[in-house]
Design a protein around this ligand. Structure first.
Ligand SMILES: [Zn+2]
Ligand SMILES: [Zn+2]
Length: 264
């Protein structure tokens, strides 16, 4: 790779939560070149929706088009990685392993992720989370999140995992306040991180939290520092969904590498 540091988590119009006229690979690459930072395209890859939703960018085998488009760009740019943010579902482990067998080698980087465990109720959508909380007590929602994340780590399907405490994107003291019976301790997040270390899995230090009322990375700087002391491995990212956010966050990505003493 051309530059010293890499932002590992970039979403373009290949991601379902970005409009068709949203940022393209080239749009980001132009900024990244000026910023002197490598980038990894990490588009959402969610089996459940890819199979059902004709409007999903990866519907009907379009992953091959995605890879082809990126391969063509490799002829002109040598500072990006071909990646995917792949959703883990505990009832789809076999298909996920098959997917990794089929595409693992064609991609430079794959991040495992948990956004939902009940289909169509991602906890990373405020509106969907509110609906979920109307059906299920908050304590159970948080417990189920941690349990699903633990299963993803222990499945060993992924060597890298994204935003380990994203359940707190909206559930926190600045937004939807946790009820008294919820266990929101740091220890719980630390234990997931320790499990990653034990299984030789890299943990994302995701700087996107400043976009939300929680105003901190996932996980927090304190937790990352502690896990680093204990020997955990990290990758750093902006989780950009827009050019503006990428442009304002890349200096913080570089600072985070310096703070963690990491070089790719
Ligand atoms: Zn995500
Ligand atoms: Zn993402």
């Amino acid at each position: 790779m051309k530059f010293k540091y890499t932002d590992y988590h970039i979403h373009t119009n290949w991601s379902v939560d970005i409009k068709d006229n949203g940022p393209t690979f080239r749009d980001y690459l132009e900024i990244a070149e000026r910023a002197k930072i490598n980038i990894c395209f990490l588009e959402h890859y969610e089996l459940y929706y890819i199979e059902r939703d004709k409007n999903n960018p990866f519907y009907n085998g379009k992953i091959d088009d995605y890879l082809e488009e990126l391969d063509q760009l490799k002829e002109n740019y040598n500072f990006f990685l071909k990646g995917l943010e792949v959703d883990y579902y505990k009832d789809r482990e076999v298909e996920l392993m098959e997917f990794m067998d089929d595409y693992g080698k064609e991609l430079d980087f794959i991040g495992g992720t948990v956004h939902e465990w009940i289909y169509t109720y991602p906890v990373t959508s405020r509106e969907r989370l509110e609906r979920l909380l109307n059906k299920i007590p908050m304590k159970q929602v948080i417990d189920d999140y941690f349990e699903t994340y633990r299963k993803m780590i222990e499945s060993k399907i992924f060597k890298n995992v994204c935003h380990i405490d994203t359940i707190y994107r909206y559930i926190n003291e600045n937004d939807i306040k946790p009820s008294d019976d919820c266990d929101t301790s740091d220890e719980r997040i630390l234990n997931l991180g320790r499990l990653c270390k034990k299984n030789n899995i890299r943990i994302e230090y995701n700087l996107s939290g400043v976009r939300f009322p929680i105003k901190r990375p996932f996980p927090s700087k304190q937790i990352v520092s502690q896990l680093k002391l204990e020997g955990a491995k990290f990758f750093i990212s902006s989780d950009s969904h827009s050019l503006e956010f990428f442009e304002e966050t890349f200096p913080k990505v570089i600072q985070a590498y310096e703070f963690l003493g990491l070089i790719d």
